[in-house]
Design a protein around this ligand. Structure first.
Ligand code: NAP
Length: 256
């Protein structure tokens, strides 16, 4: 009699919503989840980029959903579109995010509200809408929020970003507390310094670039591929007893 081996990282037949899937870390995580077996509902506010082609090259389907997460108006439609496309939702990756830089003495209300709306308010209300769908499906689900080093540290000149990402860490814990017993895992990934559009200004500043690289034990900027294993882990049954955790994927930055 043959022994069947179960791969706890296998996501075959699962459906994942990934926000901000058109570029950067979101694109990398969408492709990683597709490679592990997920059909992808990619949420972008503009063109979907090359993510649909990359998901299809991995042998999975891609539903292209356009939504601006600066407001919560499109949130119900995102979940409805996912269910219409693929019949269910198993995974949500709350990745879309923005940053604004200004001295705290000069920081304006627009830069506060814009960042809090995308990075925190929409994360909560999309999680709520998807968790309601999980409850309707009666089979649990996985939510992965994208936090930051500034969920743990203060940073400088990024008041609303630090507030929002510290909020993401706390919200991840709260939602885990409320939903763990329903079979819903809520966790977060805190990327370190990753080479994407989000950090282009830092990398273009030779002095800042050298300072940052000199402090990263791994000695290099992270890449979207560095999140592949962590996001598949947190989206899969391999992490069924992991709740409310924020996993740093930072080349050792926080260990310093
Ligand atoms: P990115 O390349 O700038 O991508 C950000 C994504 O969010 C893009 O897809 C962007 O869409 C989307 N987005 C922004 N505002 C939106 C809105 N109003 N509605 C819908 N989508 C919106 O940056 P990234 O580095 O991949 O960042 C992804 C996540 O990782 C963010 O939450 C960021 O804070 C976090 N993070 C990044 C780093 C890093 O070092 N790169 C470190 C820690 C955490 P558009 O392309 O249309 O702008």
């Amino acid at each position: 009699m043959s022994q069947k081996t179960v791969n706890p990282f296998d996501l075959t037949g699962k459906v994942a919503i990934v926000t901000g899937s058109n570029t950067g870390l979101g694109a990398g995580m969408a492709v990683a989840l597709a490679s592990a077996g997920c059909d992808i509902v990619g949420v972008s506010r503009g063109d979907a980029g090359d993510t649909p082609a990359r998901v299809q090259a991995a042998g999975r389907r891609f539903a292209d959903v356009r939504a601006d997460l600066a407001s919560i108006a499109p949130i119900e439609d995102i979940v409805r579109a996912a269910v219409e496309a693929f019949g269910r939702v198993d995974v949500l990756v709350n990745n879309a995010g923005i940053i604004r830089r200004e001295d705290a003495l000069a920081f304006g209300e627009d830069d506060w509200d814009a960042v809090m709306d995308v990075n925190l308010k929409s994360v909560f209300f999309l999680s709520q809408a998807v968790a309601r769908q999980f409850v309707r499906q009666q089979g649990g689900g996985k939510i992965v929020n994208i936090a930051s080093m500034l969920s743990f540290q203060g940073g400088i000149r990024v008041a609303s970003y630090t507030a929002s990402k510290s909020g993401v860490l706390g919200l991840t814990r709260l939602l885990a507390n409320e939903w763990a017993a329903r079979g819903v895992n809520v966790n977060a990934i805190a990327p370190g310094y990753m080479a994407t559009a989000n950090t282009a200004a830092l990398r273009d500043d030779a002095q800042r670039n050298d300072e940052i690289l000199g402090r990263i034990p791994a000695g290099r900027w992270g890449t979207p591929d560095d999140l592949a294993g962590p996001v598949v882990f947190l989206a899969s049954s391999a992490s069924d007893y992991v709740h409310g955790h924020t996993l740093a994927v930072d080349g050792g930055w926080l260990a310093r």
